[in-house]
Design a protein around this ligand. Structure first.
Ligand code: MLT
Length: 261
């Protein structure tokens, strides 16, 4: 049996359960704009993954399957059997892990600035080295390098989304960062899971994403039988913060379609 931990979650609204899952190494507050807007049309459950935000921190490797199991346990607590899972980047890897390991819990998926492929060997080695480094050097060691890659090059480095994300990374526990890096390094190929998935999907890319290029995200839509694709102009990897209104509109339309059956 999987050793899950009780996740912190912001739960708002009523109706169709919709889980929002942040990327690495953030917390649920990256979705603040979407939590507010979507809570008028569905029941939003915005989680902090294990080792992030206000959720418990554990040692060890946070496999994507384990992070998905934590979410399923949180859904159990809320009496929710099936939900729409919407994940950004690592949150997308977790959503794809749910499709692989917990398909009965997934009613539909939103995949934001993410992709289904495993790490190549050199990227795995880099993640494992970064995990060791952060445990001694602290989260600050990650911040500058990450900020340069996370946002569209056109965004001013003093802008609110950049400051918000820098603050989140700085307060994330180093064990959480290391656990997630080690888990991402070992994640399997999710292409077969997407090909097998029989659920509706919305796929969102930042047109200027420097981490997951827009074409990589776009190709994912071809793997799913029923996927809507949006490339959002003027946004990088943190599309929900860089272009909150456009991102929210795409998610809201999707959620309302699912809720209408
Ligand atoms: C994320 O935003 O979750 C990360 O960029 C994912 C990754 O490093 O693959």
């Amino acid at each position: 049996m999987t050793d899950t931990v009780p996740l912190h979650a912001t739960v708002r609204g009523t109706g169709l359960p919709v889980v929002l899952i942040h990327g690495f190494p953030f917390d649920h507050t990256i979705w603040d704009a979407q939590i507010e807007a979507l809570s008028h049309v569905c029941r939003v459950i915005a989680v902090d993954l294990r080792g992030h935000g206000q959720s418990p921190v554990t040692d060890g490797v946070y496999t994507m399957d384990l992070l998905a199991a934590d979410i399923a346990a949180r859904l159990d607590d809320l009496g929710v059997v099936r939900a729409v899972w919407i994940g950004q980047s690592m949150g997308g890897y977790v959503t794809m892990a749910a499709l692989r390991t917990l398909p009965a819990r997934v009613q539909a998926v939103g995949l934001v600035a993410t992709h289904p492929h495993p790490d190549p060997p050199e990227k795995q080695q880099q993640r494992l080295a970064n995990a060791d480094h952060v445990l001694t050097a602290g989260a600050d060691a990650l911040v500058e390098g990450m900020l340069n890659a996370l946002f569209a090059p056109s965004l001013d480095r003093g802008a609110d989304p950049v400051r918000h994300v820098a603050a989140i990374i700085r307060r994330t526990a180093v064990q959480g960062i290391a656990g997630a890096l080690r888990g991402m390094a070992g994640r399997p190929d999710s292409v077969p899971a997407l090909r097998a998935a029989q659920v509706p999907a919305v796929i969102i890319a930042g047109a200027d994403d420097q981490i997951v290029p827009v074409d990589t995200v776009r190709r994912m839509s071809d793997l799913l039988p029923d996927a809507a694709f949006h490339a959002i102009a003027g946004a990088g990897h943190m599309v929900m913060l860089e272009q909150p209104a456009t991102t929210t509109a795409a998610l809201r339309e999707f959620v309302m379609q699912i809720a209408a059956g």
